[in-house]
Design a protein around this ligand. Structure first.
Ligand SMILES: [Zn+2]
Ligand SMILES: [Zn+2]
Ligand SMILES: [Zn+2]
Ligand SMILES: [Zn+2]
Length: 585
């Protein structure tokens, strides 16, 4: 079978289904998708809320922090209760009704079965973290694994004593790090690895004591890519003092200019073979994967996660020794054949299920543990189950769910966004594919107007002391206005998420003082969106290498083509791997 062009049900643009894709769909006995890859990605993301948290009463009358808003229609239990055996999710089981659509019935079940207040496991003193595991003494850190004493970090793994970072792994004492690994005692670090005692680095490897540098390998005592003696470096560093907010702004501006001149590798990849995407490592034969690493093979359209995952398509936060995952979110951990699942760990042949762990052969279930042969939380025998599932699949095709914009959801589609417990702007869809309220509503997504803020700002950001050394501990009592909100200065991306004012927590202030770093002027959400804006989008374009160096093997311009997350109209200088490696040694 050759490639086929289809028209996306959602955005009405054409997309291509490749022969390799048909082989995969055939293997898992799935009809080919009717949404294009981007629209499928957004649809999955519309079911994952990492950062919008609410105070509510749980069903068992506890005060909890939860990612399910009061108007989500979802009942929650606190974490200990939810994971305990004190309640029976099968008691909510219902018979499948062939008079109603499958997805409508599923949402009715979701309204009844309690969900955990937060998606947080093996956590100590980290009650405000969501979609996070193995966390200790951490605050507002989401989508992380193995974090300790770290605040406001997101999508990080094995990180200690760090603040305000995105996509950083195996690191400690990092501030404002992004897409980097093995970093120690360093601040404002992007796309770098194995660096210590440094600040403002971009695409550097193995550097110590460097400041404001790009594309350096194994260097020490460099400032803005110029070498200094150890003594001169020390003297210069005192002048560059990052304890002062004014200095930080000045350095940032200079660093941005330097970054624009720096050549870029077409993608941030390491140890990859026949692979496309960005921030991908230890991968073979993976296509269009982002933030995905660790012995992955034959995966496509997967974002965030990986680690010994194979033969999987269309996932966010999936992996950990699993195979044959399709259209799923936060799913894996020794699993096989997981289709259309959210927060499903361990098991086999689980379809259209939410928050169900260690189950085999279940269909359309919520919050089950170690069960078999269940449909809509009702227990069947093996024979009954095997007879009923094909009938339901047929019914999904003859009586599909049709959403209010007329999109048709048969078997083989992920859950419709309009049935999600979350509004578009509560979810990670807003982080990667930001929309205004008007755009979101036109496209049929839900929108939640932020709660009217109760804060009375007691300190304008302009009135904060310039230097951290002049900052009294009484600052912890102040409600600091977010600079973006004060100056009405939002980027299009952060406007919907700004919490307008913030307080510092003691651990954070300690960190700034110990590391000699100036106080932030933005609320945690605006800080997060600023880091997101710095990174490339989760999209690929085919482009050519921009190199025309006369000393390379090519004559004239380099003829190499690649897929890159740098859109064609961007100003950066983008090189193929071999030209990049010839220039950066
Ligand atoms: Zn589309
Ligand atoms: Zn803000
Ligand atoms: Zn080239
Ligand atoms: Zn070249």
């Amino acid at each position: 079978m050759g490639p086929e062009i289809r028209n996306c049900q959602n955005c009405k643009k054409d997309f291509t289904i490749e022969p390799e894709d048909f082989v995969f769909y055939e293997r898992i006995k799935m009809p080919p998708p009717t949404f294009c890859p981007d629209c499928r990605c957004v649809r999955r993301m519309s079911w994952r809320n990492e950062r919008s948290l609410y105070r509510r009463k749980s069903l068992n009358d506890k005060d909890v922090i939860t990612c399910f808003s009061p108007e989500s229609g979802i009942n929650v239990y606190d974490r200990d209760m939810w994971w305990s055996d004190a309640w029976d999710p099968l008691s909510y089981g219902v018979e499948y009704d062939f008079e109603k659509s499958f997805f409508g019935q599923y949402r009715e079940l979701l309204n009844k079965v309690p969900m955990p207040a937060l998606f947080l496991s093996r956590a100590t003193n980290s009650d405000y973290c969501n979609h996070t595991g193995e966390a200790k003494n951490s605050y507002l850190s989401h989508a992380c694994w193995g974090i300790e004493d770290s605040n406001y970090v997101s999508k990080c793994g094995n990180v200690k004593d760090s603040e305000d970072s995105l996509n950083v792994t195996d690191s400690e004492l990092v501030y404002e790090g992004s897409s980097s690994e093995k970093i120690a005692h360093s601040f404002y670090i992007q796309n770098s690895e194995n660096c210590t005692n440094s600040a403002f680095l971009y695409q550097c490897k193995g550097c110590n004591d460097c400041f404001g540098c790009t594309n350096l390998r194994g260097k020490s005592y460099h400032i803005f890519n110029q070498p200094y003696s150890k003594e001169e470096y020390g003297r210069k560093l005192l002048e560059l003092d990052l304890g002062s907010y004014r200095n930080v702004l000045r350095v940032k501006e200079e660093f941005e200019k330097l970054k624009l001149k720096a050549i870029r590798k077409y993608a941030n990849t390491y140890k990859v073979e026949n692979t496309t995407g960005d921030n991908v490592g230890e991968a073979s034969n993976c296509k269009a994967c982002f933030d995905f690493w660790g012995g992955i093979r034959d995966c496509k359209f997967c974002i965030n996660g990986g680690v010994r995952l194979s033969d999987s398509y269309d996932g966010y936060g999936i992996g950990e020794t699993s195979e044959l995952i399709y259209e799923s979110v936060d799913t894996g951990l020794n699993g096989t054949k997981f289709f259309f699942d959210i927060f499903v760990w361990g098991g086999h042949n689980v379809q259209y299920s939410y928050a169900s762990h260690g189950c085999q052969n279940i269909f359309a279930c919520v919050a089950l543990r170690n069960k078999q042969y269940c449909i809509l939380n009702k227990q069947y025998t093996k024979e009954e189950y095997e007879a009923l599932v094909p009938q339901i699949i047929e019914h999904m095709n003859t009586m599909p769910y049709i959403d209010k914009l007329g999109r048709v959801y048969k078997y083989g589609e992920f859950f419709p966004p309009e049935l999600s417990p979350f509004s578009y702007n509560e979810t990670i869809a807003q982080e990667y594919f930001p929309l205004t309220k008007e755009q979101a509503l036109v496209q049929g997504y839900k929108w939640r107007d932020p709660d009217t803020k109760q804060y009375t700002v007691t300190k304008q950001p302009q009135d904060l002391p310039d230097h951290i050394k002049d900052t009294p501990d009484s600052i912890l009592e102040e409600v600091i206005g977010c600079l973006h909100a004060q100056e009405n200065h939002h980027t299009a991306n952060c406007e919907a998420s700004c919490v307008t004012a913030f307080k510092l927590i003691p651990a954070e202030l300690q960190f700034y003082k110990r590391m000699n770093l100036s106080l932030p002027r933005l609320c945690p959400n605006c800080r997060h969106y600023e880091r997101l804006a710095e990174r490339n989008p989760l999209r690929l374009w085919t482009r050519g290498c921009m190199c025309d160096k006369p000393n390379h093997s090519h004559q004239g311009g380099c003829p190499n083509q690649f897929e890159t997350s740098y859109a064609p109209d961007r100003p950066e200088i983008v090189y193929c791997e071999s030209c990049y490696n010839s220039e950066v040694v």
